[in-house]
Design a protein around this ligand. Structure first.
Ligand code: ZN
Length: 273
């Protein structure tokens, strides 16, 4: 946890020291869906020039996609109030309302975060022996991927737990970062888990995570994390998806929250009980 925090902090410091960032280089980060970096970049722009309304607008949008909803709301609101009769002001007013609805929906989903979705799964299977041996391909995402697996371990109070092996030959779960997903289920797969089981006993799981965005840029760790968290759920034996977007196992998890819900953990418990 400390390590992650350190990484985040150093990222911010690096960005803050590069004051020269112009609008277009911030926009490249935004277009590349590196929203956290984009937000820091646009923040520097508006700090240097508070009246750069276009930068402020993109700052608000970057914050939104980076799931910093309260900050995003405040920025949209600021634009709407300062420039009420302009196009960007009117648009910001609508966006502020959108952010508000999103925050309300998340709050509501969290308040209703009870029960499980084990009943609607396609199949349930489990690892019979703990710890499950896991291997993650070395590279820029290894720490992030392991953090996602440990999140399942921590939140389930060790009901599932993992040990890391150095050689994929001895691993039960293997995680690969790829440029093209082999044998995808759909064109939109950004992660894919192939789980082999006999009866309800898991034998092996092979996870592929798409490491590049549509514009062929490497994804950030923040983008990779929820994808691994989701695929780890499949590798644990959750075959199928939740029907609520507050759960990490909702099918389109990329646009949703990045945390394990109580329902995710309750579903895991229903399988492993
Ligand atoms: Zn899935």
């Amino acid at each position: 946890m400390k390590k992650i925090l350190f990484l985040v902090l150093s990222l911010i410091i690096v960005t803050k020291s590069s004051l020269a960032a112009d609008f277009n280089s911030c926009k490249v980060l935004y277009d590349d869906q590196k929203y956290n970096n984009a937000a820091n970049c646009f923040y520097q722009r508006i700090k240097a020039n508070p009246n750069d309304i276009q930068a402020r607008f993109y700052y608000a949008a970057s914050l939104y996609f980076d799931r910093q909803y309260n900050l995003s709301y405040a920025q949209y609101k600021y634009i709407a109030q300062k420039y009420p009769n302009t196009e960007i002001g009117k648009y910001s007013k609508a966006e502020a309302a959108k952010v508000y609805r999103r925050v309300t929906a998340i709050k509501k989903a969290r308040e209703n975060d009870t029960g499980d979705y084990a009943g609607i799964l396609n199949y349930r299977s489990k690892w019979y022996k703990m710890p499950v041996k896991i291997w993650v391909e070395p590279g820029p995402y290894k720490t992030t991927a392991l953090k996602a697996f440990y999140e399942w371990q921590i939140k389930s109070s060790g009901l599932v737990n993992f040990s890391i092996v150095a050689d994929p030959k001895y691993a039960q779960i293997k995680v690969y970062f790829v440029d093209t997903i082999n044998d995808p289920v759909s064109d939109h797969n950004i992660g894919l888990t192939k789980l082999r089981y006999i009866g309800n006993m898991n034998m092996s799981a092979n996870i592929q995570i798409l490491q590049r965005t549509d514009s062929n840029q490497m994804r950030t760790n923040a983008q990779i994390y929820p994808v691994v968290l989701h695929e780890a759920g499949h590798a644990l034996g959750i075959s199928g998806h939740s029907d609520r977007n507050n759960d990490i196992m909702y099918e389109n998890n990329f646009t949703n929250d990045t945390h394990l819900s109580d329902r995710d953990i309750n579903t895991l418990r229903a399988i492993y009980k």
